[in-house]
Design a protein. Structure first.
Length: 158
């Protein structure tokens, strides 16, 4: 019986080591995927700025701030934080910022919270889960943060 448990422990340790090796590559894949979605969304807003302002004025219901400021803030956050996330720069801040942007998107676009918007809101849930995963688990060692902090900090945890 003891030999069976030892074998199970060895298999478990082997699988853990394999998963730990591939985890940074998985995080990089998540960063590339989600950053491209948000970057191209921001890029589209910049390239059709008149339509963007119209959408923020009449379609999106961003609370507290003016539609024009919301358009600038939303577009800027999509462009800047997606690039930082892609590069792995800023540790978990870009993931948290884009998570918050995603929450504001869901709150501000009323159709997402209706039965007709159920399919669209599922994407936002997936994106939010991706941002939360990156915020909690970090970028991994395939990031500029890892390189910068390795040179500057005595102790670095990613």
């Amino acid at each position: 019986m003891k030999k069976i448990f030892q074998l199970l422990c060895q298999v478990s340790n082997l699988l853990t080591n394999i998963m730990n090796f591939f985890a940074p590559f998985f995080a990089l894949g998540l960063r590339i995927w989600i950053a491209s979605i948000y970057f191209w969304s921001g890029w589209l807003k910049i390239n059709s700025w008149g339509s963007t302002l119209t959408l923020f004025a009449y379609e999106y219901k961003v609370p507290v701030i003016s539609p024009q400021f919301a358009a600038y803030l939303g577009t800027g956050s999509e462009l800047i934080f997606s690039l930082l996330l892609l590069l792995g720069l800023g540790a978990r801040l870009p993931a948290i910022a884009l998570f918050c942007t995603n929450v504001v998107m869901v709150i501000s676009y009323p159709i997402l919270l209706t039965p007709e918007g159920a399919c669209m809101v599922q994407e936002h849930y997936l994106w939010g889960l991706t941002f939360a995963t990156l915020a909690f688990y970090g970028h991994g060692w395939i990031s500029l943060d890892h390189l910068v902090q390795k040179k500057i900090c005595k102790e670095y945890r990613y």
